[in-house]
Design a protein around this ligand. Sequence first.
Ligand code: KG4
Ligand code: ZN
Length: 336
Amino acid sequence: MPSFSESLTILGIETSCDDTAAAVLCGSTVLSSIVSSQDEVHSPYGGVVPELASRHHMRSILPIIDRALETANLRLEQLDGVAVTCGPGLVGSLLVGVSVAKSLAMASNLPLIGVNHLEGHLLAIQIEHVVPFPFLCLLVSGGHTSLYVARGLGDYTALGGTRDDAAGEAFDKAAKMLGLGYPGGHIIDQLAQQGNATAIRFPRAHLKNGKVGFSYSGLKTALRQFIYSQDSRQLRMEDIAASYQEAVVDMLVGPTIQAALGQGLTRIVVSGGVSANSRLRQRMREEGEKLGLQVFVPSPKLCTDNAAMIAYAGAWRLVQGQRAGFNLNAAAMLPL
Ligand code: KG4
Ligand code: ZN
């Protein structure tokens, strides 16, 4: 574990999408990590409704922060700083976390740190394992599917990303088409465990001429066509889920391994909500092992949105003397 943050106790706040989260981290020890999911709120719509998300953040944020502090057995005055996600994400959702973090920092005279949500995902693994730099990171969530070379803290280079949907969206939209509910990734993962991944051969898109990137629109169209075809009536939902998941996973594993080899990197970190997928975790490890690459994936609770990763990403910036002013704003688009 990098020792930069050993003695710092940080409150992390995360409200970039539809999870309200607060955590207290001391060094790399998670003293508390509370996540309040809004899945039930958005489920009837098959996706996140931004206005509902921000209203629910407003209701939940203070009780969630209270619980995080109580669980850690600490008062605000005993902390060293407040780290908050300031982008990218839904601007109305982000504003709730940013406003509350500013108020707490101001009232308790604590330093405030604005954190890029993507850096939180990229560094989440460090809470559990020491992964030395440099490494390749596949960041794969509901909003992002990108490859980065991480050479050090704050030193990240984007190699390429999705041309259309993120892999998480590809799971969520497929689950909606199949009438399985929201969010779809976890549901498809569960069903696929009882299914046959070779039942249907869905197409796999690969970018040409050695370009690094991903594309899921063709796969989604293929699923839609399959659903309206005669064949779909003869197949179990478990087999459809497993076959679809296998295609998504193939399209993530291949380009990631190729990019690691191309960049001469021997370590791969997989992070973001989709890295909770059991088949992706298994395949990435198997394929990496064959080529002598080390593959690191956080435990599932650190893959999906959480505030422990935000506190962690804020800690090293705080140590370096970085502070956000009270004019910190939410940014819907914020590159890493
Ligand atoms: O990182 P995250 O919690 O939020 C964003 O930053 O987007 O990722 C949420 C995404 C959703 O699309 C969800 O369906 C997907 O992660 N997801 C999964 C699994 N668990 C969550 N996808 C596949 N398999 C899973 N087990
Ligand atoms: Zn996320």
